[in-house]
Ligand binder design. Structure first.
Ligand code: SF4
Length: 296
């Protein structure tokens, strides 16, 4: 990949109220994301950026005035990285996520950080000072060549190692199995690799409503021609049976493995050393019945 276009911008702030169900506030120290995932759901942001360049090839580095009253976030959940990766490679140089953490230090805010990087290890000592902090890594394959086809972030091995470092340090971790590519992602093998180092597993299906649909369908027909009819059924014909079957299989797998399989995340109330709970977020409003029944 060629060097991304970097621009510095002054912003009024970095934290904003959000309607996201999992948090009170969202904070994004950058605009854009150089991990350039081919399925990026945040790429809709491009239309607000004045960038003609493709998503993944530019990064705006935000500079905001110092947060005046950090204590107002005490007890509130702040999600860092809802539309960017706060630990993109450029963070090593610009340190805007580090600066945000420094400004929130001692505020009592509950942090939730999402990344595909291990640069976050740099800030482990700072993050662990926050009450109920949790860090999630997206992992949707153990196959490094498929990973490299889909994103420019660090290897899966490095993500898993970072997860282990945080878990060993007593920080809650999430293995975010997303997006699940039908016929390619095997959530079971990922859970078996990550279960000793995470408190929570999230499952989320691949959604192909965005502008990247044609690119992903092209990739499937070129690299996985045997899966074309499956993808056509799911993303052309809106056939839900793949997800309901996977839901049933995951319920059975979790039962065998002694893992709880649920549709609501209450992991923060669980003892740290409990096995991870597995939360099914795929089309949950439509297939909740089978999840609740444990897919029996
Ligand atoms: S890491 Fe997240 S925000 Fe960045 S390109 Fe990938 S999906 Fe988009």
């Amino acid at each position: 990949m060629t060097d991304p276009l970097i621009r510095h911008i002054d912003t009024k702030g970095v934290i904003s109220k959000t309607d996201l169900p999992v948090c009170d506030y969202a904070a994004n120290p950058y605009v854009g994301c150089t991990h350039a995932c081919r399925y990026c759901y945040a790429s809709f942001m491009k239309r607000f950026t004045n960038h003609p360049e493709p998503w993944g090839t530019f990064l705006d580095v935000k500079h905001w005035p110092e947060i005046r009253d950090p204590s107002k976030y005490a007890g509130k959940e702040i999600f860092i990285g809802s539309v960017t990766d706060p630990y993109n490679p450029q963070e090593a140089e610009f340190g805007r996520t580090r600066e945000l953490l420094e400004q929130l230090r001692g505020s009592g805010a509950k942090l939730s950080i999402a990344t595909k990087s291990d640069l976050v290890i740099r800030d482990l000592d700072l993050i662990r000072e926050f009450p109920d902090a949790r860090v999630s890594w997206s992992i949707n394959t153990l196959d490094e060549s498929f990973r490299a086809d889909m994103d420019s972030a660090v290897t899966i091995v490095r993500r898993l190692e970072a997860m282990r470092r945080f878990h060993d340090a007593g920080v809650r971790t999430t293995c975010f199995i997303s997006p699940i590519f039908p016929g390619i992602t095997d959530p079971r093998e990922i859970i078996l690799r990550a279960r000793d180092r995470c408190n929570l597993v999230w499952l989320e299906n691949l959604n192909l409503r965005g502008s990247f649909k044609a690119d992903i369908m092209g990739y499937i027909s070129e690299r996985h021609p045997d899966l074309v009819s499956l993808y056509d059924r799911i993303y052309g014909g809106r056939d839900m049976s793949y997800w309901s079957d996977l839901d049933t299989e995951m319920a059975g797998f979790c039962r065998e493995q002694g893992l709880e399989y649920v549709t609501n995340d209450d992991s923060m109330s669980r003892p740290f050393d409990d096995p991870p709970i597995v939360v099914n977020y795929f089309f949950h409003e439509r297939i909740r019945k089978s999840s609740k029944n444990g897919g029996a």
